[in-house]
Ligand binder design. Structure first.
Ligand SMILES: *Cc1c(COP(=O)(O)O)cnc(C)c1O
Length: 363
């Protein structure tokens, strides 16, 4: 293969080409320091500047004020499942979780090791093909927090907007849709995201926490590196953070900013969704959407074909035609098109042409 393919991988996933080119261009000599950012101390002024700029830009793009702090850690979003419960599920209290798929289920499992989380609503009965409505949520006003997964990477569903949690802070796993569309943020106490879907490479988790939440976090009762207080107080520099992934996240944020920020990116993502779901609706005898319409994800589009043989053929022929990563997760089957921010409208136009052509030839 001499050209880059169109990469629909679910994660790690496509990184915008201008970001890779920029990183390539300054790989050997970062900002005239005479060395790569990979070779730079996390205590050096070059990295200090980079960290501060990344934090400020993330808050700006998310539309959050300086009462929030951006933190960086290793361990993936999966470590956050445990840390959230360890730090924030207070004695005698509980936390509410909305179960909308594989990742929500894992978050609940980790919380069960620590305490007694309650499931405020679940769509498990229908194999997680929908997001529960606000009036289905059984919320406890004494809960420490409400946890949701904004986009269900595996099942292909996404919240239209965040639920109203009253006075209870909302914690959101935004691993697969952070900075892809605007949500109402006023209940948000914390969001977190593994970077490898929509923000850059694997190896770093971005955590954004409101200042009143850090006050509620446990201190000495936990090992040092499992305390949010440590990460917060040391500004993510208690130990060596994943410096190169943080640098790449900065380049991705610059790329989003350069396009006009979150609203501009959302507009493109909606156009991509209209195009691909439009085709699924138009050819619904052939391409069967795997989720309820109102819960459709703009990031991961899951659908089935008339037979599994045809699904296999579509994936194999697609690879020949330069489309990679179309295989659905083993728990759902079928096709999954992961179209994070790095996938352009033109990429989706090309895919839609391929899908039309495939259906015509294999009807
Ligand atoms: C991929 C994913 C995770 C797991 O992320 P890791 O960084 O591999 O731990 C968690 N939540 C969601 C929504 C995801 O898409």
């Amino acid at each position: 293969m001499t050209e880059r393919i169109i990469n629909f991988n679910p994660g790690p996933s496509a990184i915008p080409l201008p970001v890779l080119e920029k990183a390539q261009g300054e790989l050997l000599n970062f900002q005239s320091s005479g060395m790569s950012i990979m070779e730079t101390s996390h205590r050096a002024k070059e990295f200090d500047g980079l960290l501060a700029e990344t934090q400020a830009l993330a808050l700006k793009l998310l539309g959050l004020g300086d009462n929030y702090k951006v933190m960086f850690m290793g361990g993936g979003a999966s470590l956050q499942f445990a840390m959230i419960a360890l730090n924030l599920m207070n004695e005698g209290r509980t936390a509410d979780y909305v179960n909308t798929g594989t990742w929500s289920t894992k978050a609940i499992k980790e919380a069960q090791i620590v305490g007694e989380p309650k499931v405020a609503a679940s769509s498990e009965e229908t194999n997680f093909n929908r997001i529960p409505k606000q009036d289905e949520l059984v919320l406890n006003p004494d809960a420490s927090y409400v946890h949701i997964t904004s986009n269900n990477t595996i099942k292909g569903t996404q919240w239209v907007d965040f639920p109203d949690t009253g006075d209870v802070p909302l914690i959101v796993d935004m691993s697969s849709d952070i900075l892809s569309k605007r949500y109402t943020m006023d209940k948000v106490g914390m969001i977190y995201a593994g970077a490898q879907k929509n923000l850059g490479p694997s190896g770093v988790t971005v955590i954004v926490m409101r200042d009143d939440m850090i006050e509620k976090c446990k201190g000495d009762a936990l090992p040092t590196l499992l305390r949010y207080k440590t990460i917060w107080d040391k500004n993510s520099l208690y130990n060596t953070p994943p410096t190169f992934p943080i640098y790449l996240v900065k380049l991705v944020l610059d790329w989003i900013d350069g396009q006009g920020g979150l609203d501009a990116v959302e507009k493109i993502n909606r156009a991509k969704g209209d195009l691909l779901y439009g085709l699924i609706d138009e050819m619904s005898d052939y391409y069967r959407g795997a989720t309820e319409k109102e819960s459709r994800s703009l990031m991961n589009v899951c659908f089935r074909l008339p037979t599994e043989e045809l699904e296999k053929k579509l994936i194999a022929d697609g690879r020949e035609a330069g489309f990679n990563g179309l295989k659905g997760h083993r728990s759902v089957g079928g096709i999954r098109v992961s179209m994070y921010n790095a996938i352009s409208l033109d990429n989706i136009k090309a895919l839609v042409e391929y899908l039309k052509d495939f259906a015509g030839k294999n009807g």
